[in-house]
Write a protein that binds this ligand. Structure first.
Ligand SMILES: CC(C)(COP(=O)(O)OP(=O)(O)OC[C@H]1O[C@@H](n2cnc3c(N)ncnc32)[C@H](O)[C@@H]1OP(=O)(O)O)[C@@H](O)C(=O)NCCC(=O)NCCS
Length: 164
């Protein structure tokens, strides 16, 4: 099974939204991806595997570069294609793009209870540099109508220096 990472433009917004919906409990729309990709410095990659001669979408990443930094805005791998290095390959493509733009720092935010993503980013040399209290709504806890007992999850801010 071969894995290919390729740049994705505005023509891929429907696919990006579909993949995002397979990876996150709150799916982003095609329009949301279109407006994100229209922002200055935004770029995206798709991961695909070849099966029986056909390319099968496996994952995606969207980043935004500016001011010497690059933010990883979102990244996901569809459940059936996880744990074989797809996210690592997407991160590699982001690092290469950032280096080509002379970016010094990669930044991202990840939910404090997202053990898979924390393991991914740690294995890719990101370190935790901050925390936003209660930044995310916890997907696995019930949300009450009045919001009074809504459970929130902290966001961990992670950074990776690209300096030699
Ligand atoms: C997090 C996610 C992107 C990982 O994708 P993946 O293709 O399975 O990751 P990889 O195969 O490249 O694994 C990279 C590293 O993370 C670790 N990892 C991945 N999933 C893991 C899990 N469920 N538990 C523990 N470690 C895990 C791997 O062991 C590997 O570590 P290693 O390099 O030391 O061997 C994927 O689980 C996903 O899409 N989750 C839902 C969306 C999401 O949370 N995105 C990130 C938001 S910030």
């Amino acid at each position: 099974m071969s894995l290919e990472i390729s740049p994705a433009g505005t023509g891929s917004c429907a696919l990006l939204a579909r993949l995002h919906g397979l990876c996150f409990s709150e799916a982003w729309t095609q329009d949301a991806f279109a407006s994100l990709l229209a922002k200055p410095g935004a770029f995206s990659f798709l991961a695909s595997t070849e099966e029986s001669g056909q390319p099968m979408p496996a994952g995606f990443a969207l980043g935004r570069a500016g001011g010497g930094e690059c933010e990883i805005v979102t990244l996901g791998v569809v459940p059936a294609r996880r744990n074989v290095g797809t996210a690592t390959a997407l991160l590699g493509a982001i690092v290469a793009r950032a280096r080509s733009l002379c970016i010094e720092d990669l930044l991202l935010e990840v939910a404090a209870d997202n053990t898979a993503a924390l393991a991914l980013y740690r294995s890719a040399a990101f370190i935790a540099v901050g925390r936003r209290k209660g930044y995310y709504r916890a997907a696995h806890h019930p949300v009450h109508e009045d919001g009074a007992h809504e459970d929130r999850v902290d966001a961990i801010i992670m950074r990776r220096s690209l300096l030699p």
